[in-house]
Design a protein. Structure first.
Length: 333
């Protein structure tokens, strides 16, 4: 099985700067003449060089910096996902592939469908560069699912890759391999059971609940989006700290701490925090501090909640309940 399809699109030119003594902060680097900081495209080029040399840890730092400078720079999510894959952080790669897929599918929906006509069955269909990108991304995300043992999700992603490029031999090969493993393990092939067909289609990659709201005990935290994928529940939210605030806002993200957030169902079941990261640059930390006048976009990754949940509570397990922040009745419909 081909493990991952490396994308060939490169935006900008590769930098010729020396990479000896890798920097902790790429934005603080200057060019060879030392007369100006590196631009986002310089950092992107350095990240690509590091990636191509197999220095994935350093490449990831460069791609994080690019995402921080431009959160819509899709290729940075792609290559960060690839680098995490080669470092065997398969769940981490899923998050970046999710973002890249979302960006490309949004672009495909908004822009006119222009491309080349290719034969499909007895018809000619329009095939665009976005189809190529999405075929590769779904194939790569399916490979990440395959590596963590979620063969049903892998099968669905390989199937989706083929939908974007019916002639892909790699995606067909991967789909057949996932199908063989599912059969060997007695796992139903997604979509083959009538009663499961709708659920399989809905949860093929992820379900996204946008513009969600809840009854908050604090006015500085706003939930923007909740996503469900095969392995996790992702909660996206904004933290605002007014300019005239007298103190920092402290968000604990220690997964085994009693102070961190957790999700709770109506029947009282709890779902633990797995990871927390800054959406602007992908940094994963044990805590986040938002100073006066600052704003952060954070993502909390929890254990997967059941498919039938329509409401969930976000609860901060702070020992000082006066300072704790909870958001009840987040609607998932």
């Amino acid at each position: 099985m081909k493990r991952i399809a490396i994308l060939s699109l490169i935006l900008g030119t590769l930098s010729s700067y020396s990479l000896y003594g890798q920097p902790d902060n790429f934005a603080s680097r200057q060019n060879e003449e030392g007369d100006c900081p590196l631009s986002m495209y310089d950092i992107w080029g350095m990240g690509r060089q590091l990636y191509d040399r197999g220095e994935y840890h350093y490449a990831i730092e460069a791609f994080k910096e690019v995402i921080y400078m431009d959160p819509t720079y899709i290729e940075a999510y792609e290559y960060k996902g690839h680098a995490l894959f080669w470092l065997r952080d398969y769940e981490g790669s899923l998050l970046d592939f999710n973002e890249a897929i979302r960006f490309y599918e949004d672009k495909m929906d908004r822009e006119p469908k222009q491309g080349r006509e290719v034969p499909h069955d007895l018809l000619l269909i329009t095939h665009t560069d976005y189809d190529d990108k999405l075929e590769q991304l779904y194939n790569n995300r399916g490979t990440s699912y395959f590596e963590i043992g979620d063969y049903a999700s892998a099968y669905i992603d390989f199937q989706q890759a083929l939908a974007y490029n019916p002639g892909s031999k790699e995606s067909k090969h991967n789909l057949d391999l996932a199908k063989k493993i599912l059969k060997a393990r007695g796992i139903p092939i997604p979509g083959t059971q009538p009663k499961d067909r709708l659920i399989d289609r809905i949860f093929a990659s992820k379900v996204e609940y946008g513009d969600v709201r809840g009854n908050s005990t604090c006015d500085y935290l706003v939930v923007n989006r909740v996503e469900l994928n095969r392995v996790s529940t992702l909660l996206h939210f904004q933290v605002f700290n007014p300019q005239d605030a007298e103190a920092d806002i402290y968000i604990s993200a220690k997964t085994n701490s009693g102070e961190s957030f957790y999700l709770q169902g109506l029947e009282g079941s709890k779902y633990k925090l797995k990871k927390a990261f800054d959406q602007s640059n992908g940094d994963t930390k044990n805590f986040f501090i938002v100073g006066p006048g600052e704003e952060k976009s954070l993502v909390l990754e929890f254990e997967r909640i059941p498919d039938n949940f329509e409401v969930v509570h976000l609860i901060e397990g702070n020992v000082d309940q006066v300072e704790a922040c909870s958001i009840y009745d987040i609607q998932l419909k």
